[in-house]
Design a protein around this ligand. Sequence first.
Ligand code: B1M
Length: 213
Amino acid sequence: MAILQEIYDATVKGNYKDIVELIKKAINEKVPLETIINDALSKAMIEVGDKFGAGELYMPDMLLAAKAMKEAMGYLKPLLKGSEHIAEKGTIVIGTVKGDLHDIGKNLVITMAEGQGFKVMDLGIDVDYSKFVDAIKEYKPNIVAFSGLLTTTLANIPDHIKAIEDADLRKGLVLAVGGAPVTRHFADMYGIEIYAPDASGAAKEFVKAVGAK
Ligand code: B1M
C-alpha cells in the first residue's frame, strides 16, 4: 500500500513535520491503526536501528526518527484508547530498566494496555530498582512490566527482581518483560511470567494474567 510506504519513508528520514498528515491520509484510506503502527512506524524504526548499527545513520538521525515516531504516536494514542465502558481490569506498573533511555516501545505498550482497561502507572525511563519497589508498595499492581532495548542494561533484570524479592513483594505479583532483544528464553531464565514480542501481544497477555476477558 503506497501510503504505508510513505509513512515508513517519512519515519526513516525523521520527517516529523509531515508524519501526522500522512497518518491522517492512511486513516482516510481505511488502513487499520495497528497496521500503521506495526507495518510502517515500527518497521521503519528497525531499519533506522539497522542503519545506525551499520554506520549508515548517526545519532541525530536516530533522534529525528524517534521524534517522528513520537509525533505519530501522539496523534494515534487517543484513537487507540478503548471505549470508556471497558471495565477496569487491574493495575500495571511499568518502566524502562535502569540505564536504558528508550521509551517509544514502552509507551506503545502503555497505550495498548490502557486500551484494554488497565490502569497503568508509568515510572518512565532509567528506572532504579528502588523506584519499582516503592511503586509496588504504593499502587499494589497486579503486574509489573519491564521494558528494555539494550542488551547491556537488560543484564540488570535479575537485580530488579532481587530488589522486589528482598522487599518481600514478589509473591502474587506477575512480572512481564519485553523489548527488541528480549526473548521467551530470557524471560524463562529469570522466572518472568509474561513475555510478548510486541505491544498488542503484551496487552493480550496482561488480560490473560488477570483472568479477565
Ligand atoms: Co538506541 N539502540 N541507543 N536510541 N535505538 C537501539 C535499541 C539499537 C538496537 C540500535 C542499533 O545499534 N542497531 C542499539 C541497541 C543494541 C543492543 O544493545 N542490542 C541502540 C543503541 C546502541 C543505543 C545507544 C547506546 C547509542 C549510543 O549512544 N551510542 C544509546 C543508548 C542510550 C541509553 O538508553 N542509555 C541509544 C539512544 C537512542 C535514542 C535516544 C537516539 C533513541 C531513543 C529515543 C526514545 O526511545 N525516546 C534510540 C532509538 C530510536 C533506537 C532504535 C533505532 C529504535 C527503537 C524504537 O523506538 N523502536 C533502536 C533500533 C531497534 O530497536 N531495532 C535502537 C520502535 C518501538 C515501537 O519498538 O522499542 O522495540 P520497541 O518496542 C516494541 C517491542 O520491543 C515491544 O513492543 C514494541 C512494539 O509493539 N516492547 C515490549 C517494548 N517494550 C515492551 C515491554 C513489554 C512487552 C513488549 O512488557 C511486557
